[in-house]
Design a protein around this ligand. Structure first.
Ligand SMILES: Nc1ncnc2c1ncn2[C@@H]1O[C@H](COP(=O)(O)OP(=O)(O)OP(=O)(O)O)[C@@H](O)[C@H]1O
Length: 301
């Protein structure tokens, strides 16, 4: 299947600084691709290149299989974007902002109500945009980007600065757009927990280099599961765990983490701890969350 976005050894410099370094992204059609990286990693620069706002070499960037440089207009027609602040006029209502944009891009005005409905702003359609919350402004920005019905959406940190409710609204909107409206979304973020809940695929960059790319499941599989025990005698329990052939990963007086992956082994260990007079408060297996994985991956770079 053709990827919505494919970059091949994409490299970009500001002066002598390499900001995007041999980046080969593959964003499958129909995915929510979480583009992760710390501040300054090169996410916005990459998105600007994908929008042809910054120049790439020929065949470094393909949109739905077509080189962006030789098919600029055709490619850009298939992309909607929200980069940095949405371009919204505060003195106009949400409806008027969309109407204005619909005239510029030559889109039928019927789509305005449809877009307001899609992003959940129908009730606020006649309110001035300056009175909108940050989350409403972001959703209006997405509605503007969707007016021309692009297949691919590029969203640069759309949840930045939003409260938990605003984050949930954007998250649900992204899922709805992909599931029910056949869109593909590339969404950049440094809010890792946020990406974990929405993304189907993930690309992690640091200093312009791609450190990981794959499905969210592949990312999770990178972290080795471990087990933990909480009990009343940590020192004695550690001896028993070591004697059973496991290595202690970390421990304190409340909790011991060790390299057990089998629930059978964990059950036997529980029996052994109890037989040795230890009271076990809790035990279970653990997998690293995305945040810790991300720190692991980026710190190795
Ligand atoms: N116009 C520019 N001129 C010179 N350097 C720039 C310019 N824009 C960005 N940079 C530099 O390029 C690097 C990557 O910046 P970029 O904005 O792409 O990162 P980012 O991952 O989007 O970070 P953030 O999350 O902070 O927006 C940074 O070191 C930044 O200082």
């Amino acid at each position: 299947m053709i990827n919505a976005i494919e970059t091949s050894n994409l490299t970009y410099k500001f002066g002598n600084q390499i900001v995007v370094d041999n980046l080969s992204l593959q964003v499958p059609k129909g995915s929510i691709y979480g583009f992760l990286g710390h501040n300054g990693a090169g996410k916005t620069t990459t998105i600007k290149i994908l929008l042809n706002l910054l120049k790439s070499k020929s065949n470094e960037v393909k949109i739905f299989g077509k080189d962006i440089n030789s098919n600029r207009i055709a490619c850009l027609k298939r992309i909607g974007a929200l980069v940095e602040q949405p371009s919204i006029y505060g003195h106009l209502t949400g409806y008027e902002n969309l109407k204005n944009r619909a005239m510029i891009v030559g889109v039928n005005q019927d789509r305005i109500s449809e877009m307001l409905n899609l992003v959940g702003l129908s009730d606020a359609a006649n309110k001035k945009a300056e009175k909108y919350s940050l989350g409403m402004k972001q959703r209006l920005g997405i509605a503007i980007a969707l007016l021309s019905d692009p297949e691919l959406l590029l969203l640069d940190e759309p949840t930045n600065g939003l409260d938990p409710n605003g984050i949930i609204e954007i998250r649900n909107l992204m899922i709805d757009l992909v599931k029910n409206h056949n869109k593909t979304i590339l969404v950049s973020s440094h809010l890792l927990a946020e990406i974990e809940r929405t993304a189907t695929h993930v690309g992690i960059i640091n200093k312009g280099k791609l450190l990981f790319q794959g499905t969210i499941d592949e990312l999770h599989n990178l972290s080795k599961p471990s087990a933990f025990i909480q009990c009343d005698d940590s020192l004695k329990a550690q001896e028993i765990i070591k004697n059973a052939g496991f290595s202690i990963l970390k421990s304190n007086s409340n909790r011991i983490d060790f390299n057990c992956t089998s629930v059978d082994d964990l059950g036997k260990l529980n029996t052994s701890l109890i037989q040795n007079g230890i009271t076990v408060y809790a035990l279970g297996t653990d997998k690293k969350d995305l945040e810790n994985l991300f720190l692991d991956i980026t710190s190795k770079n």
